[in-house]
Each structure stands twice: as structure tokens, then as C-alpha cells.
Write a protein that binds this ligand. Structure first.
Ligand code: PBE
Length: 300
């Protein structure tokens, strides 16, 4: 190939790439209240892992609010990718709509608001439940008791999440949190017989909130003497792991709404240990500088 042919080739490739590169966020203009929001963000809601309950609920939102027929779409990614994109957009006051939830550090770190949901598709407040396998009570009474007692507040969960967001490893953040809350730990462990290196497996989905709760519960069980293995997976396999007794417990069931599909499917094969956190919430969220966008209806 002649040099000029190579130069032409490179030029053509660059020309083709330019519009793509512009589309990659830096080219998005800052939020403009005078333009329809859909056009500014390509009618796209930035989502999380496709298997999560909130993604399923958001698909229902798109239909029930007539957004699907207006070309709105939900883009699946992951918690990490969604929060990274949120951070980038906020740095430039660009528009973005995400699948948000609370407790989560995104609401601590950024000025966000949930969009009103007049049709109540997401449901109002959620509780998070601990679920264990059948037979755990008889096989591992100490673990059963501690998991049954485990209960904390949204502020406490946020505290652990924030530290992980700032770079602490989840296991360290959990240990430190327990060290700072000796009274609560004492209540959880009081009268529980110690064990010596018995194995326990917990499963979870890598949502930041559940990374925090699973690691704190695991750290607590280690204090009792258990060797706890934590394994992250998608939502359906997580429920199946408890139902089939491949795993012993998880702390990730958002009810009555977000996890309802799997709760319903597996209810008869698992044990519900009840609430470990009250007052959680899911919904679409936007930065507060998108002042005139207050309700899901405002996306239309
Ligand atoms: N979440 C966080 C989960 C439950 C916990 C809201 C991302 C979901 O299933 O959507």
C-alpha cells in the first residue's frame, strides 16, 4: 500500500469515529430545561443489571406511563457502570435518568431526587428480608439465631456503603463497622453458642447495598466462629442457591415489591427470617439541577 493510501485510510476511520466519540458523553450538552428531556438523553434511562427487580419494575413503568410508545428505552448495565456514568454526567451538569434506590451512597454523594410515581408502579416503602435455606435452624442453630436477629438502619447501611465507595474493602469496612457498634454486636451475639470453623455459605447480588449487608452479616457470623464464604451472583441463581441448599443464607430480599417475583417462586422452598432493614425505596432518580423534572410523567 502507498503511503497516501494509508493516510487516506486513517483519515476515513477517524471521520467515521468522530460522531461516535462525540456521542460518548463528553459531547452531551449540559441540561437544558427548555428542550424536551427525551431528545437530550436519546430517550434512554441508565439502568443496572438486567436481572434485578428494579429493572423489571422499570420496564413496567415504561409501559404503564406510555413511555415505550414514545421511544423511551431502558439500558441495562451494572451498578458500577451506572454510578460511574451518573458521576460523569453530574460533573458537567448534564441530564441523566437512572434506576436509583435507597439506602445508597449515590444519594449521599450527589444531590439526587426520586421522580414521583403517581401510578405507584415501584410501590412505596420496601423492607429488606433475610432468607435462609430450609434446615438451617436444626443444622446450624447459632448461625440461624444470629441471622434471625440481624437488623439495622438505613443510616447504618449507608455508613458501610460510603466507606466502601471511598475505597475500603467490603470485608474491612464491615469489621470496622462492627468494632464501632459493640452494643449492637453484643445484642446479636448474646447467648449464642460459639462454633469452631464450621462452614457457611452466603450468596448475594453485587448491588452496593447488599455488598454492605452481606459483608456485615458474614463478619458477625465469623465472630461466632463460622468460616463464611460469600459468593456474588445474579438474582435468580441467588434465590435458587438457597432453595436448593447450595447456599445457607442471603440478606438481599427487597419486599413486598422489588424481589416479589422470586419470593413468590421460591417461597415454599426457603425460610423467611423477616426484616433486616426497614424503609428502603426504589425508583427513577435524577440530579436536582433537573429542576422541572419531578415526576415520571415529566419524561413524556
Ligand atoms: N436494587 C437494590 C435491587 C434490590 C436491591 C434495588 C438494585 C433490585 O432488585 O433492583
Amino acid at each position: 500500500m502507498h503511503t497516501w493510501q494509508k493516510i487516506c485510510g486513517v483519515a476515513v476511520v477517524l471521520l467515521l469515529l468522530l460522531p461516535l466519540m462525540a456521542g460518548c458523553n463528553t459531547g452531551v450538552a449540559p441540561y437544558d430545561p427548555d428542550k424536551p428531556l427525551g431528545r437530550q438523553i436519546n430517550y434512554t434511562i441508565t439502568g443496572i443489571d438486567a436481572g434485578s427487580g428494579e429493572m423489571a419494575a422499570t420496564e413496567r413503568v415504561l409501559k404503564q406511563y406510555g413511555l415505550t410508545e414514545r421511544n423511551w428505552q431502558l439500558q441495562a448495565s451494572s451498578t458500577a457502570a451506572m454510578t460511574a456514568q451518573l458521576g460523569r454526567m453530574i460533573a458537567n451538569r448534564q441530564p441523566i435518568v437512572v434506576t436509583g434506590w435507597q439506602p445508597h451512597w449515590m444519594f449521599t454523594k450527589y444531590d439526587l431526587k426520586f421522580l414521583k410515581d403517581p401510578k405507584n408502579v415501584y410501590g412505596s416503602e420496601e423492607d429488606i428480608h433475610t432468607i435462609c435455606r430450609q434446615g438451617l435452624r436444626a443444622d446450624e442453630p447459632s448461625a440461624y439465631t444470629v441471622l434471625d436477629r440481624f437488623y439495622w438502619t438505613p443510616a447504618q447501611m449507608s455508613d458501610v456503603m460510603m466507606r466502601v465507595n471511598k475505597g475500603a474493602s467490603p470485608a474491612k469496612a464491615a469489621d470496622k463497622w462492627l468494632a464501632r457498634h459493640p452494643k449492637q454486636v453484643q445484642q446479636w451475639l448474646s447467648g449464642v453458642p460459639r462454633v469452631h470453623g464450621r462452614k457457611l455459605k452466603m450468596t448475594y447480588v453485587a448491588w452496593d447495598s447488599e455488598i454492605a449487608s452481606s459483608n456485615v452479616a458474614a463478619a458477625l457470623l465469623r465472630k461466632v466462629g463460622y468460616k463464611v464464604v460469600l459468593q456474588s451472583m445474579e438474582m435468580q441463581p441467588m434465590w435458587a442457591s438457597i432453595a436448593t441448599k447450595a447456599a445457607d443464607a442471603m440478606t438481599c430480599a427487597w419486599l413486598p415489591n422489588t424481589s416479589s417475583k422470586y419470593y413468590h417462586d421460591y417461597r415454599s422452598q426457603v425460610v423467611d427470617l423477616g426484616v433486616n432493614l426497614r424503609g428502603a425505596q426504589v425508583g427513577l432518580a435524577v440530579p436536582k439541577y433537573m429542576r422541572d423534572i419531578d415526576s415520571i410523567n415529566d419524561l413524556r
